[in-house]
Design a protein around this ligand. Structure first.
Ligand code: IPD
Ligand code: CA
Ligand code: CA
Ligand code: CA
Length: 273
């Protein structure tokens, strides 16, 4: 419980600092490609969280998107998986619709998840086995839905890829409607809240999904990759999350008919990563 309260507090403080400086000039750099941005705020937020965790719990380990814990290859002890700003493009272009995401694992077991929608001061949080909340309000168990009466979310980019379009186009076509939010952590939170019924994407890293995974599972969401396999919290993977019924429908009727092709894509994309 102490770790949970501490995490809650340092995430809120980090969010407050970001809100206070939201109108300041930011330094933007590119990473792997011209659309993969990182700012000084991403780096400073991760650094601050890292220093606070380490000064309170020196033995805890931290895996962060912006460079901490690159040598971590096992889940022993207490492991914090941190995305200081999830939705950096929203942060840069909109100054809103981004989140701080943290998942905490103890000896590989889920312990606590946090997704903090900074500009709206909305903290999604969960303790594994005890429930999930949005601020002080407990989130309800998810209701089953069908694709044809559901809102889903995905990145439209996947529809432009020839092979994936075969899978994604019928899903988008059959859904009631599709949303694209630009923050995977908030996509998980939206499913946990019941705002959307499913979220599907071809590639997330552990820091994108670690916090949201714990929150969403607490309300009964099913979270796997697109082959129906469990996620490994140290590895990148494809993602399929939804209430139990829509997850099963998407997996059995839309993804698994393309199992061979998907297995090949997964091997190419994720082997050894
Ligand atoms: C990104 C966001 C985005 C998702 C990307 C992620 P970042 O994280 O979650 O929604 O589609 O795959 O990399 O880089 O803004 O932390
Ligand atoms: Ca990034
Ligand atoms: Ca992210
Ligand atoms: Ca990030």
């Amino acid at each position: 419980m102490e770790i949970y309260k501490f995490a809650y507090q340092i995430i809120q403080e980090a969010g407050q600092i970001i809100r206070d400086s939201i109108d300041d000039d930011i330094q933007i750099e590119t990473k792997s490609n011209p659309n993969d941005l990182v700012t000084n705020i991403d780096k400073e937020t991760e650094e601050r969280l890292f220093n606070q965790i380490k000064s309170t719990y020196p033995e805890h380990r931290i895996l962060g998107e912006e460079g901490h814990g690159t040598d971590i290859d096992n889940t022993e002890g207490v492991l914090w998986i941190v995305d200081p700003i999830d939705g950096t493009l929203n942060f840069v272009h909109q100054q809103e619709n981004f989140a701080i995401s943290i998942g905490i694992f103890i000896d590989g077991e889920k312990y606590a998840g946090f997704v903090y929608d900074v500009m709206n001061d909305k903290m999604y949080h969960a303790i594994a086995g005890k429930g999930a909340w949005l601020n002080n309000e407990q989130l309800k168990p998810l209701e089953d839905t069908d694709l044809k009466t559901s809102l889903i979310s995905t990145n439209p980019l996947w529809l432009t890829k020839e092979k994936l379009a075969k899978i994604y186009m019928p899903i988008v076509d059959q859904a009631r409607s599709t949303r694209a939010y630009g923050s995977a952590a908030l996509d998980f939170a939206n499913v946990a809240k019941g705002n959307t019924s499913a979220y599907l994407t071809m590639r997330l890293h552990p820091w994108d999904f670690a916090g949201g995974l714990i929150i969403a599972e607490e309300v009964g969401a099913v979270v796997t990759n697109q082959l129906g396999e469990q996620l490994n919290i140290l590895e990148a993977n494809s993602i399929l999350i939804g209430n139990k019924k829509i997850h099963q429908e998407l997996l059995n009727e839309y993804f698994l008919p393309y199992k061979t092709m998907l297995e090949q894509i997964h091997t190419e994309r994720f082997k050894g990563k």
